[in-house]
Design a protein around this ligand. Sequence first.
Ligand SMILES: Cc1cc2nc3c(=O)[nH]c(=O)nc-3n(C[C@H](O)[C@H](O)[C@H](O)COP(=O)(O)O)c2cc1C
Length: 189
Amino acid sequence: MLNYTIISGSIRQSRNSHRVSLYLMERFNNEANSRAQLIDLAELNLPVMTDLWDKHPQELEAYTQLANTLKNSDAFIWVSPEYNGSYTPALKNFIDHFPKNAFYRKPVGVVSVSTGSLGGIRGGINMQELAIAVQAYALPQMLLVPQVTTKFDLSGVLTDSTYTKQIDTFMTELHWLADALKNKVVSGQ
Ligand SMILES: Cc1cc2nc3c(=O)[nH]c(=O)nc-3n(C[C@H](O)[C@H](O)[C@H](O)COP(=O)(O)O)c2cc1C
């Protein structure tokens, strides 16, 4: 069983990218050998980082719970819209709150979302770089979601069946990497 944690990176009112987070959580939970949970940054209301979480005694319990969630995850999915060629400040702020070992040697699949036609490729590449910076393994295959509002409805239902194959490929590749790293077996097959 692989435990996935999806981090939904937009805190914007009327956000669109959260649709993709909801969809992926449902998909991973419907697989026999995976479980997914969601960290919704819009619900967390994290302050702008002024120091690592363990330097905030008054907020320690909340952060400790989050740190435990990260620690117990086998793999992560970072979902973010592209904002001005990168991922959201909310995603970076969340990640900066934790020490590097929160993501150390864990796989991260990045999902970059846009209402435009390019699918946020710059945001995706920047998220992969961020994953490497926290010593995680960035999945080479990113999931790009252009024109998100034509693909998913507000509750996270896929409304464009032609997009299924790209999602399936992303999930298969992430699952392979997560399984290989968890079991420390990388045979190349
Ligand atoms: C501050 C800001 C910057 C944006 N920059 C980009 C961009 O660089 N590339 C792009 O394709 N879309 C860009 N967009 C459009 C977003 O793709 C679109 O608003 C999307 O719905 C944002 O995701 P969210 O609704 O989950 O916040 C930007 C939107 C905002 C609010």
